[in-house]
Design a protein around this ligand. Structure first.
Ligand SMILES: NC(=O)c1ccc[n+]([C@@H]2O[C@H](COP(=O)([O-])OP(=O)(O)OC[C@H]3O[C@@H](n4cnc5c(N)ncnc54)[C@H](O)[C@@H]3O)[C@@H](O)[C@H]2O)c1
Length: 337
């Protein structure tokens, strides 16, 4: 069974069997795949039929150097404006493939097969792409919608537990900011069950994608409403800037914990709701202790690309399924964190 969710800008997300879907929706064009060396090992059969470019692993690969290498390989391969770029991988691959496709020869058509849980519920949805510069996350990028995104839960079986858990952080974020029922489902199930039950996992992914798609539809270029998707991310990005100990998803879980605590200290969320968030994060095995000193965290936050002069939009949870977007000065923020 295939589920389809329309995202803004003519982009469509398909949840179903990847190989089958590719046969139906891939345009009749020359296809060049961008993927990474792990995927070439775990899902070689998906990549091998196409000309492909493999990138390195981790956030350090999400760089201008990698872009330069990919552009050169595309030129060598003779890729032109009629070439279709297919990104097969997690959020790092799709962020890079999306950026390459939206800039190579001023833009070529592209699509994704998302292969991580984080990518399926977040990174592949919404048309943002980009790379890190000077230690700052996603400093350079574009808003550009893929023609399609395919999410095939069977591809997630080979995902290591740590990566699967990282994806759950974004699912929990989505539930907190906009879907109380999703939050309840997560309270009722477990890490182990989600790893084994594809039907349940598909349902969780579909709910998450629908929340993100509806927020993006209201505000594609993040002028306002879309900011709520950054719940927990200001702290997460600051952590990622200071240490490579945490993956993005793990940093998001820590960010969710601390921003909920901040909201609680402001009497902005009921204690019972805050406790449910803390319990859920612990139920899914997240270590939410801050891996860096508070001073270091705050200094990194001040460098956030989303700063607005000496203030920053911070998203505070106010209930399960609801958040508030508040412009907070650095001075106030320092006293809150
Ligand atoms: N564009 C957006 O809107 C957006 C949103 C959220 C996150 N992101 C970005 O996404 C990135 C994180 O994405 P991620 O967590 O998917 O990381 P990732 O792409 O690094 O994937 C995690 C690891 O899992 C491996 N992997 C991928 N699929 C696999 C599979 N099916 N089986 C086995 N191994 C597999 C990868 O090779 C990698 O080592 C960050 O850079 C973050 O900034 C972007």
């Amino acid at each position: 069974m295939v589920e389809q969710i329309d995202v803004t800008g003519g982009s469509r997300i398909y949840i179903g069997n990847a190989e089958q879907l590719l046969k139906e929706i891939l345009p009749e064009k020359r296809v060049i795949v961008i993927s990474d060396s792990n995927l070439d090992r775990t899902h070689h059969d998906l990549i091998a039929p196409y000309e492909h470019i493999l990138i390195g692993l981790g956030e350090q690969a999400k760089s201008l150097v990698t872009l330069d290498e990919i552009y050169r390989q595309l030129i060598e391969l003779g890729a032109d404006r009629s070439t279709f770029i297919l990104g097969i991988g997690g959020g790092i691959v799709t962020d890079i493939a999306g950026f390459v496709a939206s800039t190579y020869m001023r833009g070529v058509e592209f699509g994704f097969i998302t292969t991580t849980l984080l990518g399926s519920v977040d990174a592949s949805v919404g048309g943002k792409n980009g790379v890190n510069v000077g230690g700052f996350k996603n400093m350079v990028g574009t808003f550009s919608q893929p023609s399609f995104v395919i999410c095939d839960v069977a591809l997630l079986h080979s995902l290591p537990n740590r990566e699967f858990r990282a994806g759950l952080a974004e699912v929990i974020k989505t539930a907190i900011l906009g879907d109380e029922e999703l939050f309840e489902r997560l309270e009722q199930t477990s890490f182990e069950e989600l790893r084994q039950n594809d039907e349940l996992l598909s349902e969780i992914i579909i709910r998450s994608v629908k929340v993100k798609a509806s927020v993006v539809a209201e505000d594609e270029r993040e002028g306002g409403r879309r900011r709520i998707l950054n719940l927990g991310h200001t702290i997460a990005h600051a952590i990622e800037k200071c240490t490579s100990k945490f993956s993005h998803g793990e940093a998001v879980a820590t960010g969710l914990f601390h921003i909920t605590n901040t909201s609680l200290s402001q009497n902005n969320i009921a204690e019972s709701d805050a406790k449910r968030i803390f319990t859920l994060l612990s139920r899914y095995g997240f270590d939410t202790s801050l891996p860096i000193e508070r001073k270091q965290l705050f200094d990194a936050i001040k460098g956030d690309k989303k700063r607005n002069g000496n203030a920053l939009h911070i998203i505070l949870p106010t209930a399960i399924g609801a958040v508030e977007d508040r412009l907070i000065s650095f001075e106030e923020l320092e006293s809150l964190l």
